[in-house]
Write a protein that binds this ligand. Structure first.
Ligand SMILES: Nc1ncnc2c1ncn2[C@@H]1O[C@H](COP(=O)(O)OP(=O)(O)OP(=O)(O)O)[C@@H](O)[C@H]1O
Ligand SMILES: [Mg+2]
Length: 233
């Protein structure tokens, strides 16, 4: 069995008397240590998949195996533990706590799990060794996003989920952030899932899951993913 398996997962949202089908019979597998890109247009259902994988939302039908356990069967208490212990999240707009320093923001996450990594060490790895005591407002967008990545990584999560992590960044800064995420996977063996609508990022991933209209349209494996340094997009 693959490390992550979503099987025939469906999700509907009810707003008033209209029902929106956000995910329809979504199935895919992800192996441990892969860098995966979930690609698709706005409204295709990408964030819904990510939120279900991360235990932030629940599906209506289907199975979601993470490391052999079907998290779709979890009660809310189990889901809370799963989110806290096993999942790292990176969002488009960083979501740092403004009145805590970079280091304190990372400590906030590492303190809630048992087998956390050293916050200073992780900040050094994302290139912020000399900015640990700065507040978010004193950092550029790319630096803030690197703090957010450090915060997610410090929990030593089973999966690192990133929803449009470069959406608010300029081209060069976005590349730096993607490089860190690619290294997390290829050098450190982390399982990293990135949601984006930018199809030109596809060559950097080990696996590309293309979504369209609430479903999976195509899954492609890259036997030799391109190094982000050499990608022009
Ligand atoms: N909480 C919600 N309540 C109602 N409808 C929702 C909710 N979340 C998502 N949807 C709907 O489900 C569909 C899929 O949304 P989703 O956020 O997964 O798309 P997406 O691929 O991430 O899009 P984007 O690229 O714009 O972020 C959309 O039609 C959206 O409006
Ligand atoms: Mg989205």
């Amino acid at each position: 069995m693959a490390y992550i398996e979503m099987k025939n997962s469906s999700k509907r949202y009810q707003t008033g008397d209209t029902e929106i089908i956000a995910n329809k019979d979504v199935s895919f597998e992800i192996e441990k240590g892969e860098l995966v890109i979930i690609l698709g247009a706005s409204g295709a259902g990408k964030s819904t998949v990510l939120n279900i994988l991360g235990g932030m939302d629940t599906n209506d039908e289907g199975q979601v195996f993470i490391d052999g356990i079907d998290i779709a069967q979890f009660n809310s208490h189990q889901r809370t533990n799963y989110r806290r212990d096993d999942v790292g999240f990176v969002f488009q707009f960083y979501n740092l706590v403004p009145n805590l320093t970079a280091k304190e923001n990372v400590e906030l996450a590492s303190e809630i799990v048992a087998d956390a990594l050293n916050p200073e060490q992780v900040l050094i790895e994302v290139g912020l060794g000399n900015r640990m005591n700065n507040f978010p407002a004193q950092l550029s967008g790319g630096e803030q996003q690197r703090v957010a990545i450090a915060r997610a990584v410090a929990k030593n999560p089973k999966i690192l989920l990133c929803d449009e992590p470069t959406g608010a960044l300029d081209y060069q800064t976005g590349k730096q952030v993607l490089k860190i995420l690619q290294e997390m996977s290829h050098a450190k063996g982390a399982t990293v899932i990135i949601v984006t609508h930018n199809a030109s990022l596809a060559p950097i991933a080990d696996r590309v899951i293309h979504m369209h209209d609430a479903g999976v349209k195509e899954i492609r494996l890259n036997p030799s993913p391109q190094d982000i340094d050499t990608l022009e997009y």
